[in-house]
Design a protein around this ligand. Structure first.
Ligand SMILES: Nc1nc2c(ncn2[C@@H]2O[C@H](COP(=O)(O)OP(=O)(O)OP(=O)(O)O)[C@@H](O)[C@H]2O)c(=O)[nH]1
Ligand SMILES: C=C(OP(=O)(O)O)C(=O)O
Length: 209
């Protein structure tokens, strides 16, 4: 089943504040963009993904990501869940019966195979993928034609489960490895990040792309 995904992003200068200090301060925005570029490159390489809509606090600041084959729109209103709702409404207008998903932009080790496996396991049910700590959410999928009803934020895995979403059980290591802290960054570098993030550390790319 094909899916259209919404991915939110703050201005790269403002985002990932818990990651500050992992690289020199003036390189922080480029690192945040690289995390997103590797996430999006894996997403567009996933055969079941039809459209990717990035909802950006400042579209001009992330315009280079368009080259990966995604669409970018500005946000309407404030906050992460409002950004997800805005993107989902735009996608829903174009396809009232389709499957819409919400994906985080900080998954630089993401493999297309893990995303495809999650979509297959969900099989059209409202479902979510918890992060490797088990508390946050990296992917939320709506049922066909249903509202996204995003409940991201602290403890979102529990909130999504309480909203009726099925917790996907697959191992999905690359899809569960979001980057919030310097420890998370070390974890994904060990797992193997995409070429954009690898380049920020002067390393060759460890993933097939
Ligand atoms: N468009 C938009 N994106 C947001 C907003 N809030 C968070 N995001 C994005 O949503 C994703 C998940 O958010 P978090 O993992 O909490 O990241 P963050 O807010 O950048 O990180 P911290 O500053 O460390 O809390 C990141 O890609 C953020 O850039 C918002 O108000 N608008
Ligand atoms: C907003 C979330 O992301 P994080 O925990 O990565 O900040 C979430 O998991 O709901």
């Amino acid at each position: 089943m094909d899916v259209d995904l919404v991915v939110p992003m703050k201005h790269p200068r403002d985002g990932k504040s818990r990651l500050r200090g992992a690289v020199e301060a003036d390189r922080h925005p480029a690192l945040v963009l690289a995390l997103a570029a590797d996430t999006l490159a894996a997403v567009v390489a996933t055969a079941q993904v039809r459209r990717v809509l990035l909802v950006a606090a400042d579209p001009a600041a992330v315009a280079e990501l368009r080259d990966l084959g995604i669409e970018i729109v500005g946000e309407s209103g404030k906050g992460l869940n409002q950004a997800f709702r805005h993107g989902a409404e735009l996608l829903r207008k174009d396809d009232p019966g389709g499957v819409i998903g919400a994906l985080q932009a900080d998954l630089p080790a993401l493999r297309a195979g893990d995303l495809a496996a999650a979509l297959a396991e969900a099989a059209g049910r409202r479902a979510f993928v918890a992060d490797r700590q088990g508390t946050g959410t990296t992917l939320l999928l709506a049922a066909p034609g249903a509202p996204l009803d995003p409940r991201f934020g602290p403890g979102s895995a529990r909130a999504h489960q309480a909203s009726g979403a099925v917790a996907l059980r697959g191992e999905l290591p690359s899809l569960r490895s979001d980057v919030d802290t310097p420890e998370d960054l070390a974890h994904v570098r060990n797992l193997g990040v995409g070429k954009h993030t690898a380049a920020r550390f002067g390393e060759p790319c460890a993933t097939p792309g």
